[in-house]
Write a protein that binds this ligand. Structure first.
Ligand SMILES: Cc1ncc(COP(=O)(O)O)c(C=O)c1O
Length: 327
């Protein structure tokens, strides 16, 4: 079996557990995390009627500053997702950014973090629709390091298809849709792979289980278009900017499965996985079978940018601490 032929490697990073400390925005107030609790009747818990974001914060020890990456962009997508679920939220992008900085400041983290905003149908009612339940917002943050390996992923093509725009739209980050991710990721991990690529119903590459996909052919970097059932990743946008600044050609088009097998390089990118080279797909080496030079350059450029160490991309980074507090 393909899995038994794989040589031993360092273990993948363990899952991040939510720590029961720090603060959360809950029912309009910032409260201790342990007090932010919902009823088992909550609509979102019963029917998956919530949407969320995942936002990373990077600690810069020289600057003693914690930078939240692309904070307004995440909240713009958050509000768009919420509108798809007919939520009537009154918060603005600016107010959500501000309260997020306030929560993380109160947490006092001096490490990399992950922020989880959640907008959910909060009423404890038994009725499956979108307009009957009330809407609510919660936000909390946890310390988080690497979430997936960044030294070369071995992936498989999932037998689960990516949810399509006319079933559950992938472009919104809807909690219920992550059953699709969990099914695919579970089977990939059980078979010994680090992750998987998911196909659209018509058989094109959509994305990884929770990350966007890029492949390199010569100097051309190709990624599936927004109409191929992807979450339009914030990291995808950042990588596209970095790629253009590295003088790569950029193409958004549908990608056949076997193009991936023949690509010079491939990688996944997302808030969680960051920029993670793919070295093998279903036992077939990609390029040389080790992380490619372009993927590694993009990874390096990304890590420099997100920690606030590249002035060209400093506007991607929202500082959490006021200068006097952080020193
Ligand atoms: C299904 C899916 N695709 C892609 C991504 C990447 O999106 P982003 O870069 O905005 O985190 C994510 C989130 O991490 C995701 O859950």
């Amino acid at each position: 079996m393909a899995v038994e032929q794989l040589p031993a490697r360092n273990p993948a990073p363990p899952p991040t557990r939510v720590v029961d400390s720090g603060y959360a925005l809950f029912e309009g107030n910032i409260v201790p995390f342990s007090q932010a609790q919902v009823s088992i009747g909550t609509h979102a818990l019963n029917y998956g009627t919530a949407c969320f974001e995942g936002i990373r914060g990077y600690w810069n020890s020289e600057q003693e500053q914690l930078y939240l990456l692309k904070l307004p962009e995440h909240y713009q997508r958050f509000l768009k997702s919420s509108r798809l679920l007919k939520m009537r939220l009154t918060q603005t992008v600016e107010s959500l950014c501000e309260v997020t900085r306030e929560i993380v400041r109160r947490d006092g983290y001096r490490s990399d973090v992950y922020v989880r905003p959640l907008a959910y149908k909060s009423s404890a009612i038994i009725k499956v629709d979108l307009h009957s339940p009330e809407d609510a917002i919660a936000i909390f943050a946890v310390p988080m390091g690497d979430y997936a390996r960044t030294d070369g992923l071995r992936v498989t093509i999932s037998s689960w298809r990516r949810i399509s725009d006319n079933s559950i739209p992938a472009r919104a980050k809807i909690t219920g849709a992550y059953v699709n991710t969990a099914l695919a990721a579970e089977d990939a991990h059980a078979a010994g792979y680090d992750d998987c690529l998911m196909l659209t119903e018509d058989g094109h590459i959509a994305e990884g289980s929770a990350a966007n996909f890029f492949m390199l052919q010569g100097r051309t970097l190709t990624t599936p278009p927004v109409t191929d059932d992807i979450l339009v990743g914030i990291t995808r946008g950042a990588v596209m900017r970095l790629a253009l600044d590295l003088d790569l050609e950029l193409v958004e088009r549908s990608v056949d499965r076997t193009e991936v097998y023949q690509a010079d390089e491939a990688f996944l990118c997302g808030t969680g996985v960051q920029v993670a080279p793919i070295v093998e797909v279903d036992g077939r080496p990609i390029g040389s079978g080790s992380p490619g030079a372009v993927a590694l350059s993009l990874q390096e450029a990304y890590f420099r940018a997100v920690r606030g160490n590249d002035p060209r991309y400093r506007h991607w980074c929202s500082p959490v601490y006021r200068i006097t507090e952080s020193r």
